[in-house]
Write a protein that binds this ligand. Structure first.
Ligand code: UDP
Ligand code: MG
Length: 329
């Protein structure tokens, strides 16, 4: 029976916590699976931590990770995932905008064989102009650029196999790209429609400026997913293109001088030749640095440019007789 760790980042949600705990407790105790609730206190200063400690002292399912100060939602999720011990990690918001009653349905998808189930707030309860519209545009753009079919990356409610969750690199605001990063690491992903409620207590921690940051993050993710392993293919290609353009316009300048008698220093194409060649050299050098960075990235710690789902017969002594292999299987 797969066990479940529910990870919830909490930053000043004191009024929401009792409802959150009650809702989670109701759903999880009915699951019939071992579970834990990992609450990550992201430097709250409204007494949230005290409430969490109170639950933890009465219910051993509740575990707390307390940050020294506010490190942001992505960091809180990363810490919760790192400390989770269940087979499946379920992430959700602490403000009850996500509905814990969706959890059993998402776990069923994991049981079907998916590695990562992400929610789609089809009926999202937020303001239109400042939240829903920018989110729609951002999701459309991200889906087009990365080629990953997705409607709603912003939905925090997700169920992820722990080994997949723990190897997704989470920095900055990258928790929004978890499905794409998971897909990059070979996870079988599926989007399911989830419920969504308006915030009842407390205030949102984000404003409209988030949309612009998401667009910048998109460039990072696209680079990670497509070029991290071979930066020279991107920068080298641009460099060669610039170099080619430089050579072409340089030769044209000479040609125009020889044939038409056009003054070389007065010919704007000469400038283009110089700039393009310089740019070309710079891009190629950037590609070289990128290659070095990639080697450092994969070279240290245990990052691998591949992801293994399972192995068969590995570890058996080389002289194992065939009938023993059959018995072990
Ligand atoms: N959160 C956090 N640290 C932060 C900001 C937010 O842990 O610096 C938590 C917050 O308590 C909530 C979740 O992240 O549980 C989502 O935040 P919010 O509801 O403000 O985002 P929105 O739903 O408006 O996108
Ligand atoms: Mg919210």
């Amino acid at each position: 029976m797969t066990s479940v760790s529910v990870v919830v980042p909490v930053y000043n949600e004191v009024e929401n916590l009792p409802h959150l705990y009650a809702a989670l407790d109701a759903v999880l105790s009915d699951l019939g699976r071992p579970y834990e609730i990992v609450l990550v206190d992201d430097g709250s200063d409204d007494g949230s931590l005290g409430v969490m400690e109170d639950y933890a002292s009465r219910d051993a399912h509740v575990r707390i990770v307390e940050f020294r100060s506010n490190f942001g939602q992505t960091a809180a999720m990363a810490a919760g995932i790192q400390h989770a011990t269940g087979d499946v990690v379920v992430t959700m918001d602490g403000d009850l905008q996500n509905d814990p009653t969706d959890i059993p349905m998402m776990l069923a998808k994991i049981d079907e064989g998916y590695d990562l189930v992400h929610g789609w707030r089809k009926n999202r309860q937020d303001t239109f102009v400042s939240r829903k519209l920018p989110s729609k545009c951002a999701n459309w753009l991200i889906s087009k650029v990365t080629g990953f079919p997705v409607h709603d990356l912003g939905c925090t409610l997700k169920a992820i196999r722990r080994e997949v969750a723990q190897e997704i690199p989470l920095y900055g605001d990258m928790h929004r790209f978890i499905p794409i990063l998971g897909g990059w690491r070979g996870a079988k992903c599926i989007e399911v429609v989830t419920k969504h409620h308006a915030r009842r207590f407390g205030t949102s921690k984000y404003g409209i400026s988030r949309t612009f940051r998401v667009v910048l993050d998109l460039i990072t993710v696209k680079y990670l997913v497509s070029y991290l392993g071979s930066p020279m293919r991107l920068f080298g290609a641009i460099g060669l293109l610039c170099g080619g353009l430089g050579a072409l316009s340089g030769l044209s300048t000479i040609w125009m001088k020889l044939v038409g008698g056009t003054d070389m220093t007065g010919n704007p194409l000469l400038l283009l030749a110089v700039f393009s060649t310089l740019l070309g050299v710079q891009f190629v050098v950037m590609g070289m640095l990128g290659e070095l960075a990639a080697r450092i990235y994969y070279g240290n710690s245990n990052r691998e440019p591949f992801a293994v789902r399972r192995t068969v017969n590995l570890g058996l002594p080389l002289d194992t007789p065939p009938d023993e292999v059959r018995r072990a299987a």
